[in-house]
Design a protein around this ligand. Structure first.
Ligand code: FMN
Length: 203
């Protein structure tokens, strides 16, 4: 039998050895668990095929589309309006077409939305409505049952553009919408909103 002082010394050595091995083991488990979770999240998001489709008359929606695509790792497709939209006459024709909910002629787009899990559609707001080019794109592509997210750029008065755009594809599954007012003037705020929005889309 060991004397009491040596016994308690051996006991405290055992406790120390146990706690040293016990805590790293728990830590290791936690690390493995969180690593597994992180990998699963990455695998899920990387397997999601996303397409960003946009129309832009003066470049605002284009820059936002490119930022969203970079965040999501998505393909990008630009919708080109074959009607002249530049300058004053272009503004006038855009105004007339938007207020009369008119479609336009667009060039053939490159990507097929049917090949994607998520379709993100972006348009400038034209008199509280989507642009004619996006109206035409939606009419030409059936997105029924597809996951669709919408983004809009405007000067600060979106009106009922979200509902109007959603009504053009009543059978789509809407994942969210983002409205950005004057995105090129509020670059930091815009970037923050895009990152947050894309995080919700990835979940
Ligand atoms: C014909 C026309 C109508 C517009 N109507 C609105 C509107 O109703 N509300 C608003 O906030 N901005 C309106 N705008 C401003 C644009 O939505 C805004 O400048 C947008 O960011 C332009 O995008 P883009 O550079 O991609 O063409 C209008 C612009 C045009 C050309």
């Amino acid at each position: 039998m060991l004397p009491l002082s040596r016994r308690s010394a051996r006991y405290s050595q055992l406790v120390i050895r146990k706690s040293v091995t016990f805590f790293p083991a728990r830590l290791r488990c936690a690390l493995v668990f969180y690593r597994k979770r992180a990998l699963t999240t990455l695998e899920v998001s990387s397997s999601m095929k996303a397409l960003v489709v946009y129309y832009s008359r003066t470049g605002n929606t284009k820059s936002v589309a490119e930022e969203i695509a970079a965040e999501l790792g998505a393909d990008v497709d630009e919708v080109v309006d074959l009607k002249k939209r530049e300058g004053r006459m272009g503004y006038l024709s855009a105004s007339i077409d938007a207020t009369s909910n008119r479609e336009t002629n667009i060039s053939e787009t490159k990507k097929n939305p049917a090949d994607y899990d998520l379709i993100v559609i972006g348009t400038p707001v034209w008199f509280y409505s989507p642009s004619s080019a996006i109206r035409t794109y939606i009419a030409k592509h059936d997105v029924s049952g597809k996951n669709v997210a919408l983004f809009f750029t405007c000067n600060g008065g979106p009106g009922g553009v979200v509902e109007k755009t959603k009504n053009l594809m009543p059978n789509a599954v809407f994942m969210g919408e983002l409205i950005l007012a004057k995105p090129s003037q509020n670059k930091n705020e815009t970037k923050k909103k895009i990152v947050e929005w894309c995080t919700t889309l990835r979940q």
